[in-house]
Design a protein around this ligand. Structure first.
Ligand code: ZN
Length: 497
């Protein structure tokens, strides 16, 4: 075998895998939207079949031969460019991981995840954690087995977090979270006290669903979301599915009103724009879509919070909102904006204000860590969840629906994932610091409805690279230094202090 042939064959396997994942991605998307309950058993078989083909491709004789040939040459000067090297590196890594993991284990994990998600919906309605418990126990056990297979020599939780945030370890994350909590808690208490009597009822006005949809679409389109590369739908839990290189599906939920739905569209739109903005090289080598975990969350939260919750953003969009929604016609901008940025401590992550938000993922991260350290069991999660809420927020959820069942993550196999939201906030703070250094006019431009320079900075410095870098490398490349909590705290201090 020669290098050229080996590279071409490895890249072809990656391409074929991408086609299969594309079909599976569509099936996953459709699970929430259109699949009727009685269609589920056949769907489960069909997706298991596609997964088995995908698995054969990456664990078959050809893939193993290629891996053995390519692995010792990864650092040699034999690649067209860094994208090709990164793609081949990813190929080798995938073969390594997939051959280590027993396929039955992966299958079991996928089945439990799919059924678990369906049961989660029912459990949420019934507000009953016990319904969900067997699936959750099984999932935590399976994820543990997977991590032990992948890296037998390191702590399980490290492997899980690393799988989401490559280049970050648990100790470093804990250190960052401690730094953040110390700065954030006193700020939060002061702001919550100050805002105690702010009336936020102006935000919860009646509007028809088409009205809300049109406004949400108008906002994200004006900001720069390209509907030639993405579409907008509605599901129970807002999401962004990257189905193909220029095919993202963002969704929202209108049950909490127009303003809330618009903010979740800004969030998912941020994921979407990052997803579809990979450059030609990243597309060619199958590295499109962006770095998962905290890097992706940093971009969605950047659009949602740093851009979308700024005074300038709403000074631009509020007149339009007033035109469209009768309920806002006589509400002065200041009244609206104070209500909109009100700091109010609560038990639901998705309802959290920008200031207290970061504490919710930290709390979940601590529960996961305690489990994998062997200190607690899944059956105790609800009780510990509630205890921690008392410790963090001074209040306890009234039932499982607004407590432990509020998130789909654990049920959908996203264990060792929550830290990425808070890390995403920290990354966002650091990116903002850099962006303001290069373009001090950013917020004045936003106030005029000029979003292109803000987006261009992100596209140029982050989005275009797809998965060329790890999270740690990307943070250093864009900001010139390793991740710290200081810039984000500075941003919060300025906004809420
Ligand atoms: Zn997100």
């Amino acid at each position: 075998m020669d290098m050229q042939t080996a590279k071409e064959r490895a890249l072809r396997i990656r391409e074929e895998q991408a086609y299969i994942r594309h079909a599976m991605g569509l099936m996953g998307w459709d699970l929430w939207g259109a699949l009727p309950p009685e269609g589920r058993p056949f769907r489960a078989k069909a997706s298991a079949y596609l997964a088995s083909i995908n698995h054969e491709k990456i664990t078959g004789r050809e893939a193993l031969e290629l891996r053995d040939y390519l692995k010792p040459r990864l650092d040699e000067d034999v690649f067209e460019n860094e994208y090709e090297r990164a793609a081949i590196r990813e190929f080798v890594k995938t073969v390594d991981e997939q051959t280590i993991l027993p396929f039955e284990l992966q299958n079991e994990l996928r089945e439990v995840t799919q059924t678990g998600q369906m049961v989660w919906r029912e459990a949420l309605k019934a507000k009953d954690f016990q319904m969900q418990l067997p699936y959750m126990q099984k999932l935590f056990e399976l994820e543990k087995k997977v991590a032990e297979c992948k890296k037998p020599d390191q702590p399980v939780f490290n492997t899980l977090c690393e799988g989401v945030d490559e280049g970050m370890d648990v100790e470093q994350i804990e250190r960052l979270f401690t730094e953040l909590r110390e700065g954030l808690v006193p700020l939060l208490q002061r702001a919550a006290e100050r805002d105690r009597d702010v009336d936020e009822s102006v935000l919860h006005f009646e509007a028809s669903k088409p009205q809300m949809q049109e406004f949400g679409r108008f906002v994200v389109e004006t900001v720069g979301f390209d509907f030639n590369k993405g579409s907008m739908g509605e599901v129970l839990h807002p999401m962004c599915y990257g189905i193909g290189p220029k095919d993202v599906r963002i969704t929202t939920n209108y049950s909490r009103g127009a303003i809330d739905a618009t903010m979740s569209l800004m969030h998912e739109g941020g994921h979407g724009m990052y997803n579809y903005s990979s450059n030609e090289q990243a597309l060619k080598y199958g590295l499109w879509g962006g770095i998962s975990g905290s890097m992706h969350e940093s971009q969605s939260r950047y659009m949602e919070n740093i851009v979308g919750r700024s005074r300038e953003f709403w000074s631009f969009f509020y007149p339009e909102a007033q035109k469209r929604f009768d309920a806002l016609k006589n509400v002065p901008f200041e009244t609206f904006y104070r209500a909109f940025t009100r700091v109010k401590i609560g038990v639901k992550r998705l309802d959290a204000d920008e200031l207290s938000y970061s504490l919710h993922p930290i709390l979940r991260f601590e529960i996961e860590k305690a489990y994998f350290d062997g200190k607690i069991q899944v059956k105790d999660f609800e009780e510990i969840w509630n205890e921690k809420h008392r410790e963090f927020f001074g209040m306890v959820p009234k039932d499982a629906a607004e407590g432990i069942l509020q998130d789909i993550h654990w049920t959908s196999g996203h264990i060792g994932y929550f830290q990425s939201y808070t890390l995403g906030n920290l990354i966002g703070g650091q990116v903002l610091e850099k962006q303001l250094e290069e373009n001090p006019q950013m917020y004045e431009q936003i106030a005029r409805g000029e979003f292109a320079p803000t987006l261009e900075f992100l596209r140029e410095n982050i989005w275009q690279y797809g998965r060329l870098y790890t999270t740690g490398e990307m943070v250093e490349k864009v900001s010139g230094k390793p991740l710290s909590a200081a810039p984000f705290l500075k941003y919060l201090q300025k906004k809420f202090g």
